[in-house]
Design a binder for this molecule. Sequence first.
Ligand code: UDP
Length: 239
Amino acid sequence: MEKLEQLYEGKAKRVFATNDPELLIVDYKDDATAFNGLKKGTISGKGVINNQMSNRLMQKLEKAGIPTHFVRELSERETLVKRVAIVPLEVIVRNIAAGSFSKRYGMEEGVVFEQPTIEFSYKNDALGDPLLNTLHARALGLATDTEIEQIKCYAFRINEILKAFWAECGVTLVDFKLEFGRLPDGTIVLADEISPDTCRLWDTKTHEKLDKDRFRRDLGGVEDAYAEIMKRLVEHDAT
Ligand code: UDP
């Protein structure tokens, strides 16, 4: 597979064309941002962990029947993925109140919901990724009703699969963000990444944060937390 010109550079990844028009190469960086790019930094080794973790989780999801963009891991930081048109929605699934949910609705962090909940925001940096409902998404022409139903259904199934998996690693899946894309034939697949950058992951016993909140909130031990969560995954898969 030939790595051709860079098509796009995001906050945490670069995307390259390949000699196959249907495939792209994603290259993970150590750069970290938070608060819509206001806070910037580096988390040493993050690119390797996020690449490898996202790939392992996507392969588990594929096995469980969720279609994803994953094709093949090429190196520590590089992965071959299917080219998709990203649906400009950030899909957030929550099991426990935290972050913007706690702030917006005045519910203390750590309250466990009776049932998982979901929200969407419009993936638009210039507007600060505003929260929207599915009827707004339809009015804006971001996705069709059928696509939104499919995305919601996948998102809740992904939550059940990942929650159960992380529980086996002694980790509580608090919340996470997903992005979906359309293949050329219109099929919806899971895209982007699933990593400590995009999930809240708490040690089940100690409630220690093992995710990007350590960076966002200046809690220290950021690199150690990423290494610890990756270790839990690798050890789980080895047994
Ligand atoms: N999230 C993300 N990208 C974003 C916003 C949120 O990956 O642009 C993830 C975040 O890591 C967390 C979940 O989505 O696991 C819910 O985030 P929240 O809405 O609470 O926002 P935050 O408190 O991070 O601003």
